[in-house]
Design a protein around this ligand. Sequence first.
Ligand SMILES: *[C@@H]1O[C@H](CO)[C@@H](O)[C@H](O)[C@H]1NC(C)=O
Ligand SMILES: *[C@@H]1O[C@H](CO)[C@@H](O)[C@H](O)[C@H]1NC(C)=O
Ligand SMILES: *[C@@H]1O[C@H](CO)[C@@H](O)[C@H](O)[C@H]1NC(C)=O
Ligand SMILES: *[C@@H]1O[C@H](CO)[C@@H](O)[C@H](O)[C@H]1NC(C)=O
Ligand SMILES: *[C@@H]1O[C@H](CO)[C@@H](O)[C@H](O)[C@H]1NC(C)=O
Ligand SMILES: *[C@@H]1O[C@H](CO)[C@@H](O)[C@H](O)[C@H]1NC(C)=O
Length: 298
Amino acid sequence: MYKFVVLVFILVVAAATGERRECPASFNCGYVGNISFPLTTAERQECGLLAINNCYKPAQEDRWVQLSDEGKTFIVIRVSQQNFTSIQFRDTDLYQLLQSRNCNAFRYNYTLSPPPHFHHFASLHMEYNTTLHTCNPTLRVPPTKNMFRYANCTDIHIYYGLFNHTPQIQKSLASCTKVVLPIKDVPDGNDPFTFVNADIIAKVILSQECTDCHYKQRGQCQVDSKSKFCCANVRPQENTSTSSRSWVAMNMRLALGLALSIVAALLLLSVCCLRRKLFTLTICCFWNKALSTGEIII
Ligand SMILES: *[C@@H]1O[C@H](CO)[C@@H](O)[C@H](O)[C@H]1NC(C)=O
Ligand SMILES: *[C@@H]1O[C@H](CO)[C@@H](O)[C@H](O)[C@H]1NC(C)=O
Ligand SMILES: *[C@@H]1O[C@H](CO)[C@@H](O)[C@H](O)[C@H]1NC(C)=O
Ligand SMILES: *[C@@H]1O[C@H](CO)[C@@H](O)[C@H](O)[C@H]1NC(C)=O
Ligand SMILES: *[C@@H]1O[C@H](CO)[C@@H](O)[C@H](O)[C@H]1NC(C)=O
Ligand SMILES: *[C@@H]1O[C@H](CO)[C@@H](O)[C@H](O)[C@H]1NC(C)=O
C-alpha cells in the first residue's frame, strides 16, 4: 500500500515542478555584466548559443569561452549587447607572444571557428582584423604606396598595410603565406607588434530564422535529427490579456500541485505511522527515528 502512496507522491511532485524551467531574460555574469541571448552561462547551455564559463565564480576568476569543442579557451574581457552581440575575448598564447615581441605571433592565423551547428543560427565575425603577408627574406617586393615591411624577424619578412591589391602586387606576394590577425590600430608604421592585438572582438549576427524563433515565437533555436533548423518549445505570443490568463493558469497549476503534494505527504505519514505501531522502524519513517534518538529538531 505505502509503495503506491510513494508513487503517487512522486508523480504529484513531478507534475507540480514539471514546468519546463524557463530561461531568464538575462544572467548575471560577474565582471562581464548581464548577458542575454544568444549568450548564456555554462550551467544553462540550453538558453543560448554560446556559453560563458565561470559566471558564478568570484570576481578574480576569469570568465572564459570555448568556441569549438576541441578548440582553445579564450578569456572573456567584455561583452556588449545592444543592437547585436559583440564579445571581446583574449587569446592568452598570442598575448604572451606579443608581449615578448616573439615573431611566432605572425604564425597565427585567425579564423574564428564557432561551435558545430552554430552556423544554423548565427554567424561569427572577427571585427578589426588585417591580413599580413609573411614572406621569405630573399623575396624582393617592389615598394608600394601604403605597404610596410617588417624585417626584424629572423626567417620572415612581413608585408602589411592598406595597399591596393593590384594584380602585379598579388603576383609578387604570391609565394608568401597570408595570415589574418586581430588588430587594435591601423596597420601602418614600422612595428607590427604595436597594432596586432590578442584581444579579439567577435560580432555575433543572428540569422533571421533564429531571431524570429527566439523573439517572436519565444522558442529555442535548435537543429533537428536531419541537421535542419527548427524552432523548439514555441510558446504562445505574449500579450497582456493572454499573459495574465496564463499567469493565473500557471499559479492554479502550482497551487493544485502543492495541495496534492500535501495530501500525499499526509497519507504517506499516516501510513508510515500505522506501520510503526506494528513493526519496528522502517526506512520510510526516518523522521521518527531521528526524534527517538534524542536529537533536537527545530
Ligand atoms: C543586471 O540585471 C539586474 C536584474 O535584472 C539589474 O538589477 C542590474 O542593474 C543589471 N546590471 C547591469 C550592469 O546592467
Ligand atoms: C542601434 O540601432 C538604432 C536604430 O536601428 C541606432 O539608432 C543605434 O545607433 C544603434 N546603436 C548601436 C550601438 O549601434
Ligand atoms: C576581417 O574583417 C572583415 C571586415 O570587418 C570581415 O569581413 C572578415 O570576415 C574578417 N575576417 C575574419 C577571418 O573574420
Ligand atoms: C589563413 O586564413 C585565410 C582565410 O581566413 C586563408 O586564406 C589562409 O590561407 C590561411 N593561412 C594559413 C597559413 O593557413
Ligand atoms: C629592428 O632591429 C634593429 C636592430 O636590432 C633595432 O635597432 C630596431 O629598433 C628594430 N626595429 C623594430 C621596429 O623592432
Ligand atoms: C492578444 O491575444 C488575443 C487573444 O489571443 C488576440 O486576439 C490579440 O490579437 C492579441 N493581441 C496582440 C497585440 O497580439
